[in-house]
Ligand binder design. Structure first.
Ligand code: SF4
Length: 330
C-alpha cells in the first residue's frame, strides 16, 4: 500500500469540508521553505538565487500552516536541514496532525536521523538525479551521491519512511534510471517519484525539455517505470506519456518562504503576498489553470498536475476506483 488509509481519510475529509463550504480553490500541499540557504548550488534550482540570506521564524511557518490549512506540508528550501529549528518545526507540524515530507539533498541527513524519532506521518524525501556521475554533475559536489545513499540506508535502519524524487532531464538515460531505481529499491525505499525537469524563469541552463520532448522521453521510459514502485499516480503517468491532457492546479500547492506567499506557483514568480488570503484573491488563477501563460507551455511538473489528479479522483468514482486499485497494488 502506497498511502495509509488514514491519509485517504484525511484527504476525503479535507475535500468534503471545503466543498461543503463552497470553496472552489483550496490547498492540498503547502510547500514550506523555512530557508533558501543551501549547501549545494544545483543546476536547475533557483532558490539560492533568491533571498538566501533570509529565514523564517518557526512561528511564521506555523502561522502559514494555520492560514492555509493544507493537510500535507512539504518542508523544502534551500536545504531544510540547514534550518536551525528544523526538529522543532517538524515536531510542531506532526503534533498538528500534518502529513510531512522533509525534502532534502541528503548531505546532512545522517546526523539528523540520530536526532529525530521516526513518525508514521513523516517521510524523508531524498533528491537524487541519477547515479553518482550524473547526480554529482547536477549537484557539483563529488561524493554527494554516496553520502545520500548512506543516509537513505541509515534512515531505513532507524525506521523512517523514505521516498526519493528524481528529476528527469533531457539527457537522462533509461539504463541509468533503471540502475538507480534498482539500487533504491534494494535499499528499501518506500516509494520513488519522478518529475520532468522544468526551466525556472531565473535559471538558464540548457538541461530542460519541451512538452513534446517530455512526452517522448516518458514513453521511452515506460518499460523502466513499469518495473518499480512509483508514487506518481497512474493518471499523472498518462499525462506524462501524452495519453491524456489535464489542466494545472497551481493553487493546490501554495509556496510560502522568506519572501512571503509566492504567486502563482513553486516555479513561476509574478509576485509575493503577505497573507494566504492575499495570494488567493490577488492571483489570476484562471490564466494559469488554462495554461495561458507562456511560461506554463512546457510545464508538466507533479506539483501542478498531481493536485489535479486528486481533484479528479474526488469528482469521479471511476478515477477514485483507479486510484484505490493503484494504492493497493505493487
Ligand atoms: S503549469 Fe507549471 S508553471 Fe504554470 S502555473 Fe502550473 S505549475 Fe506553475
Amino acid at each position: 500500500m502506497r498511502f495509509q488509509p488514514s491519509f485517504y481519510g484525511t484527504m476525503t475529509g479535507h475535500f468534503l469540508k471545503n466543498r461543503l463550504k463552497g470553496k472552489k480553490r483550496f490547498p492540498l500541499v503547502l510547500m514550506l521553505e523555512p530557508t533558501h540557504r543551501c549547501n549545494l548550488a544545483c543546476a536547475g534550482c533557483d532558490r539560492i538565487r533568491t533571498a538566501a540570506d533570509r529565514e523564517l521564524h518557526v512561528s511564521d511557518c506555523l502561522r502559514a500552516v494555520e492560514e492555509c490549512g493544507a493537510p500535507v506540508v512539504a518542508v523544502t528550501g534551500g536545504e531544510p536541514l540547514l534550518y536551525g529549528q528544523i526538529k522543532l518545526l517538524l515536531e510542531e507540524l506532526l503534533s498538528r496532525g500534518k502529513y510531512v515530507y522533509l525534502c532534502t539533498n541528503g548531505l546532512l541527513a545522517g546526523d539528523f536521523i540520530d536526532d529525530m524519532l521516526p513518525h508514521p506521518n513523516l517521510t524523508l524525501n531524498f533528491h537524487l538525479d541519477g547515479m553518482a556521475k550524473t547526480h554529482e554533475v547536477i549537484t557539483g559536489r563529488p561524493g554527494s551521491f554516496n553520502t545520500s545513499m548512506s543516509a537513505i540506508s541509515k534512515a531505513k535502519k532507524h525506521g523512517f519512511k523514505v521516498s526519493t524524487n528524481t528529476t528527469v532531464y533531457k539527457n537522462t538515460g533509461a539504463a541509468e534510471l533503471e540502475e538507480l531505481f534498482c539500487l533504491l529499491t534494494s535499499a528499501g525505499v518506500d516509494g520513488m517519484l519522478v518529475s520532468p525537469g522544468f526551466a525556472y524563469q531565473s535559471v538558464s541552463e540548457d538541461i530542460f525539455s519541451t512538452r513534446a520532448d517530455i512526452i517522448n522521453k516518458f514513453r521511452q521510459l515506460q518499460s523502466v517505470f513499469s518495473k518499480f514502485r512509483f508514487m506518481n499516480t497512474p493518471i499523472y503517468a498518462d499525462f506524462l506519456q501524452g495519453r491524456m491532457d489535464i489542466p494545472c492546479t497551481p493553487w493546490g500547492n501554495p509556496t510560502f518562504g522568506p519572501l512571503g506567499w509566492k504567486s502563482p506557483c513553486y516555479l513561476v514568480t509574478d509576485g509575493y503576498h503577505e497573507t494566504y488570503e492575499g495570494l488567493m484573491s490577488g492571483t489570476d488563477w484562471k490564466k494559469y489553470e488554462k495554461g495561458a501563460d507562456p511560461r506554463c507551455k512546457n510545464c508538466m511538473v507533479h506539483g501542478g498536475y498531481e493536485t489535479t489528479v486528486m481533484r479528479l479522483a474526488f469528482s469521479s468514482p471511476k478515477v477514485m476506483m483507479r486510484m484505490i486499485k493503484w494504492n493497493l497494488g505493487k
